[in-house]
Ligand binder design. Structure first.
Ligand SMILES: [Zn+2]
Length: 364
């Protein structure tokens, strides 16, 4: 920790002298000033009791980063390091008191942390009407974008879409991964901008174009994945087998090149395939609530998340994807609108496998 009590005052470790009387501002136990060669000055509990804010073993990166972030965010309000919030038993790494705005609590996350802990801390801040802002340290920079990151730390920022924030201690810059999207084939993508000043956030940048999708290449990939026994596809393939279908031979109308918020687990196309096959194999007439039920069931089967993440909701995205699928099926004259929902007209054709499609339909 960077801040300790001494004789009724908060003392910053950077300007502190050795003294036997330093106390933890949260639990009031004795803390000791440490001076390292690599690590800048910091306080640590003399004996680790059950202090709620103890962060012993704090890395040099975390100690430096907190100070850098306080400076970086300073144009937005009065910054404070390590504000203790006794009402929720939490301590914010950095705190911003903003004029005419909600206060902001910055959590500079450098160590591993589980979903539950992030959820509890986020809910704590929200309970006292503070905006929690998670900024990720080095260990997270190297990770490929994945659901675990998005689920715990992403939120929607006006103009920037769904975002993740990273702080680079060496370059002293904020990496903003914005417009997080899941491509139809499943990969999670973002547009990255490096911000050198916090006011850059007031000028949202557009999303860059996602790579184009080739459905023939995707069928080939599914074929290979199945040959290799990719366990992520097992439930999906078994569901289709029971209906006499083979995953890579999915009807063309079940494919799409659209991208969505990243709630689809294996991806939007696998979800469309399973919902599509159910629509045409279970009944001939569907009400709108029944289709919504299918959409949710399908999402579970492909490992998706209809509730969204800790800081963003998923329902709107799932409703949009269902509307897109039904529109595609209606446009292709496979479904027709009725008074209460939809009526099946024609069942889309499946190929025996991906190759047959390539031979007959998609190879030019
Ligand atoms: Zn303490």
């Amino acid at each position: 920790m960077l801040i300790a009590w001494l004789a009724g005052r908060l003392i910053d470790a950077s300007g502190a002298d050795r003294h036997p009387g330093y106390q933890c501002p949260a639990c009031h136990e004795r803390v000791v000033l440490h001076h390292g060669r690599v690590v800048p000055p910091y306080f640590a509990h003399h004996t680790l009791g059950d202090c709620v804010v103890a962060t012993e073993g704090e890395s040099a990166q975390h100690i430096c980063g907190k100070r850098q972030l306080a400076t970086f965010f300073a144009p937005w309000g009065v910054g404070r390091l390590e504000k203790i919030l006794p009402e929720i038993d939490q301590r914010a790494d950095c705190w911003l008191d903003r004029h005419d705005h909600q206060p902001v609590a910055i959590e500079f996350q450098c160590s591993p942390i589980g979903r539950d802990q992030v959820a509890v801390r986020t809910a704590g801040y929200q309970k006292i009407k503070v905006f929690p802002c998670w900024i990720l340290g080095e260990r997270y920079h190297r990770q490929q974008l994945n659901w675990g990151l998005v689920d715990r730390f992403a939120w929607e920022m006006p103009g920037w879409g769904l975002c993740l924030l990273f702080w680079d201690v060496n370059r002293q810059r904020l990496r903003l991964d914005h417009h997080l999207q899941q491509m139809a084939t499943g990969k999670i993508m973002a547009t990255t901008n490096w911000l050198t000043a916090i006011d850059d956030l007031r000028r949202p940048q557009p999303a860059s174009r996602l790579p184009s999708i080739s459905l023939p290449a995707y069928r080939q990939r599914l074929t290979l994945d199945l040959l290799r026994g990719n366990t992520g596809l097992r439930d999906l393939q078994e569901t289709l087998y029971r209906l006499g279908k083979n995953l890579p031979g999915f009807p063309q109308v079940f494919g799409t090149t659209r991208s969505y918020l990243p709630i689809f687990g294996r991806g939007p196309i696998p979800w469309r395939i399973v919902v599509g096959v159910w629509i045409f194999s279970r009944k001939t007439q569907w009400t709108v609530p029944e289709l919504w039920q299918l959409a949710q069931e399908g999402l579970v089967l492909v490992g998706g998340h209809s509730e969204g993440g800790i800081r963003f909701a998923g329902e709107k995205t799932l409703r949009l994807a269902l509307a897109d699928l039904v529109t595609d099926l209606a446009t292709g004259h496979y479904l027709q609108r009725t008074e209460t929902g939809w009526q099946i007209l024609v069942i889309p054709a499946w190929a025996r496998d991906g190759h047959e499609w390539l031979e007959n339909n998609e190879r030019k």
